[in-house]
Design a protein around this ligand. Structure first.
Ligand code: SF4
Ligand code: SF4
Length: 148
């Protein structure tokens, strides 16, 4: 959804979306009628958003955690990892899965880091979760709890 030209936040210097367009797939975009289970019809995989200048605010304003957090290496780039990270409250980290790569976050190095972070931030009432479509799972110190 994003493009480095629009950066107005403390994004990681020298890091760009490049060939990754995964946030144009995994999130619903009400303004375009797009659901969360497929590519946006406005996306050209080669050149990006066909509606770049007129894309919805949700698209213009979104940057995933990988764009902000220099401690996440290239293996965390969403198109590589197979999921998008962001931080809608109360989540410190919400993993939004690509429906075509379910459970990609369970591969290493990802799952061990998620479990470690979930344990670390639980005392601050912040959480790590995983969303697949309508389903959201909360990672706890000992396992996972599905949110109703
Ligand atoms: S409108 Fe453009 S930026 Fe927004 S999801 Fe579609 S292709 Fe991506
Ligand atoms: S998921 Fe992140 S890296 Fe990929 S296009 Fe969206 S903002 Fe850029």
């Amino acid at each position: 959804m994003s493009d480095q030209d629009d950066a107005s936040s403390p994004l990681v210097e020298g890091r760009s979306c490049g060939e990754c367009h995964l946030c144009c797939k995994v999130f619903p975009i009400p303004e375009t009628g797009k659901s969360d289970d497929g590519w946006c019809p406005r996306l050209d995989p080669a050149t990006g958003c066909r509606a770049h200048g007129a894309r919805p605010a949700a698209c213009r304003e979104f940057f995933c955690t990988w764009r902000y957090d220099a401690s996440l290496g290239d293996e965390w780039k969403p198109c590589v990892a197979g999921f998008v990270l962001h931080d809608p409250p109360p989540f410190e980290l919400l993993v939004t899965e690509d429906v075509d790569r379910p459970d990609a976050w369970r591969r290493e190095p990802y799952e061990a880091d998620f479990r470690h972070w979930a344990r670390d931030i639980a005392s601050r009432q912040r959480f790590v979760g995983v969303r697949r479509g309508e389903r959201t799972v909360l990672m706890t110190k000992t396992g996972e709890v599905e949110l109703k």
